[in-house]
Design a protein around this ligand. Structure first.
Ligand SMILES: CC(C)(COP(=O)(O)OP(=O)(O)OC[C@H]1O[C@@H](n2cnc3c(N)ncnc32)[C@H](O)[C@@H]1OP(=O)(O)O)[C@@H](O)C(=O)NCCC(=O)NCCS
Length: 141
């Protein structure tokens, strides 16, 4: 894990990776990182933000710069943040992924997550119908 990843670098990687939804700004990343409940793993090529509240962790975002995708970076980053969450006392972790986001769903399945719910029409799309949000869960202990 790098300690030198800045909110501006996070915003740049996020904007490069998320082409179908609004990217988060450096100010938004800075505000999240101000919270003692929020942790990050990774570097400027691939990073993840998580929030741990008591025994429950939530994956807030994960992004790999398109120039570095399919090299195993996200898989390694998932393992890194899961270790951080466990060290904070998390027993389980939840995330949300769009039903039309095949790469992310494949990543989460490969990392041991299973679907536990759905929110219909949760993600707005510029030129398409809204996409459902799939809720996924993994036990950390
Ligand atoms: C999802 C994302 C983070 C994956 O990053 P990555 O560094 O390329 O992923 P990895 O190389 O570690 O891939 C690990 C596994 O995930 C799956 N996977 C990743 N990208 C995939 C793709 N485009 N198609 C199918 N499966 C994919 C595969 O199972 C892969 O293992 P394999 O390469 O051995 O087949 C990246 O595509 C991304 O940034 N997407 C845009 C942002 C996003 O959607 N974030 C998640 C929001 S919920």
């Amino acid at each position: 894990m790098s300690n030198s990843l800045t909110p501006a670098q996070m915003a740049a990687t996020h904007a490069a990776a998320f082409t179908r939804s609004r990217p988060w700004s450096a100010l938004e990343f800075a505000a999240l990182l101000d919270s003692p409940l929020v942790l990050f793993a990774g570097d400027a090529r691939c990073f993840a933000l998580i929030r741990v509240i008591a025994e429950e962790a939530e994956l807030l975002t994960i992004a790999t710069d398109p120039a570095y995708q399919r090299q195993g970076l996200a898989r390694a980053c998932m393992a890194d943040w899961e270790s951080l969450a466990r060290a904070r006392g998390a027993a389980e972790v939840f995330l949300e992924v769009a039903a039309d986001n095949t790469p992310a769903q494949a990543l989460y399945h490969a990392c041991g997550f299973a679907e536990c719910g759905r929110r219909t029409g949760y993600y707005r799309r510029k030129d398409a119908n809204p996409a459902d949000a799939i809720l996924m869960r993994k036990a950390l202990r």
